[in-house]
Design a protein around this ligand. Structure first.
Ligand code: RP5
Length: 160
């Protein structure tokens, strides 16, 4: 198996159903990834270690999903220069609005590129990771063009 180029992290195994939308995209584009449960609150030192070691392992992008008081993406961003894409997960009574604000409202200097709440956000996180990697990979550029063309074809084929 090839070395992972993307890290997919989630705060709890209960986030897996959402985060698999990101991993499916990476599989479709043939991008190797390392997917793990890492909690900013429940396993802070493991989270820090992962963030600090990721770049040296050849990982180029981190995708992090968490719900409620969602600090995972921000904590990862604090410990790495890799781009971090955050996904707010709708796992709390506030249906992800809490996670959205916690993920998107990073203080200046520590960016987290925040996607939409839930599955659409996870899917788009996978696509943004592919877009970042595609800047130095023409094969991925071709696959992204084909992905866009397929979406357009689907719309064109709708007959009401
Ligand atoms: C967050 O709390 C996780 O990312 C998850 O979305 C939420 C609930 O976690 P569990 O109590 O289901 O483990 O940290």
């Amino acid at each position: 198996m090839s070395a992972p180029k993307v890290g997919i992290l989630m705060g709890s195994v209960s986030d897996l159903g959402v985060m698999q939308e990101a991993s499916k995209i990476l599989e479709d584009f043939g991008v190797p990834y390392d997917m793990r449960v890492l909690s900013a609150h429940r396993s802070p030192s493991l989270t820090q270690d992962f963030a600090q070691e990721a770049e040296g392992r050849g990982i180029q992008v981190l995708i992090a999903g968490a719900g409620a008081a969602a600090h995972l993406a921000g904590v990862l961003a604090a410990h790495t220069i890799l781009p971090v894409i955050g996904i707010p997960i709708d796992s709390s009574p506030l249906k992800g609005l809490d996670a959205l604000l916690a993920t998107v409202q990073m203080p200046g200097g520590v960016p987290v590129s925040t996607m939409a709440i839930g599955k659409a956000g996870a899917r788009n996180a996978g696509l943004v990771a592919v877009q970042i990697l595609s800047r130095s990979d023409t094969g991925l550029q071709d696959k992204l063009r084909a992905y866009k063309a397929a979406q357009q074809k689907k719309i064109e084929s709708i007959q009401l």
